[in-house]
Design a protein around this ligand. Structure first.
Ligand code: DHB
Ligand code: FE
Length: 280
């Protein structure tokens, strides 16, 4: 049977992708950002997943304001890199896992989560920057990826609580999949940031620290945080953090924090990263 071994969450700042792609990671601005992932690259090499269910948001690369699925699962064989801003990143095509993705779709939809099934989709920095942070610059990504896109761009995004419970449904689905696979669930986005308006550049270290603490120790309580608190305290784009609760819901209640990194700033954001392991 398949099982979820661990989860992690990380910011997906597009400028980090550009820094990696343009060979700027040893520059003074970027070196401490990348150094925060040194542990994680060693850790994942030791705990290599077969598949990552990668929770992210699209930034108008695959979907536009014409079509905005709340939760969309990528069931294709592969997903090509695409992006706004700097353009498609020069990174490998992402290989999917259609059997697992269809099983996840079936199981979660029958558990009353109305997932959108996507059979063709390009993937942007929301998905590829986390892969680069954890795996570096390989010729091919070392595992399969099931993309799970969440609307955090157009109001109303799903609640944190809905995300947390979707995570639980994903865990049930993975644990009922009849192939012997080691699966990780990743949540991306965050931490506090606001990209536009009079509060552009907002960063809230206290909020971010409390969020990281509660993600491990009080996920049920954290899941009940209303949208307005994210926006007020973590900025308009801080709402991306609801995606981390999908990862958390997919793990055991007593998952253990094995690593944490927090750094300000990268581009206009606070970079946050956490690794949680399930008990064996
Ligand atoms: C930026 C964009 C993002 O999508 C994000 O999650 C963080 C930062 C940016 O443009 O700086
Ligand atoms: Fe983003």
């Amino acid at each position: 049977m398949a099982r979820i071994s661990a989860g992690l969450a990380t910011s997906h700042v597009p400028a980090i992708g550009a820094a990696i792609d343009l060979g700027k990671t040893t520059e003074a601005y970027w070196q401490p950002v990348l150094a925060g992932y040194d542990f994680s690259r060693r850790w994942i090499a030791e705990h290599k997943p077969d598949v990552v269910v990668l929770v992210y948001n699209d930034h108008a690369s695959a979907f536009s304001l014409e079509l905005i699925p709340t939760f969309a699962i990528g069931c294709a064989e592969s997903f090509a890199p695409a992006d706004e801003g700097w353009g498609p990143r020069p990174v490998p095509t992402v290989q999917g896992h259609p059997d697992l993705a269809w099983h996840l779709a079936q199981s979660t939809i029958l558990d009353e989560f109305d997932m959108t099934i996507v059979n063709r989709m390009d993937v942007d920095h929301g998905l590829t920057v986390p892969l680069s942070l954890l795996f570096g610059q390989p010729a091919a990504w070392p595992c399969r990826v099931v993309p799970l896109a969440v609307n955090v761009v157009q109001y109303p995004p799903p609640t944190g609580n809905r995300c947390y419970h979707l995570g639980k449904a994903i865990r049930k689905a993975v644990e009922s999949f009849d192939q012997d696979l080691k699966v990780m669930v990743w949540g991306t986005g965050g931490m506090s940031h606001q990209l536009q308006g009079p509060r552009a550049g907002l960063i809230n270290r206290d909020f971010d620290t409390r969020f990281l603490d509660r993600l491990t120790t009080d996920p049920e309580g954290l899941a009940r945080l209303p949208h307005v608190d994210y926006v007020r305290e973590a900025g308009s784009e801080g709402i991306e953090l609801v995606m981390w609760l999908i990862m958390r819901g997919a793990l055991h209640a007593d998952a253990r924090e094995v690593y944490r990194f927090y750094h300000v700033p990268a581009s206009n954001t606070a970079v946050g990263h956490i690794i949680l392991e399930n008990p064996r």
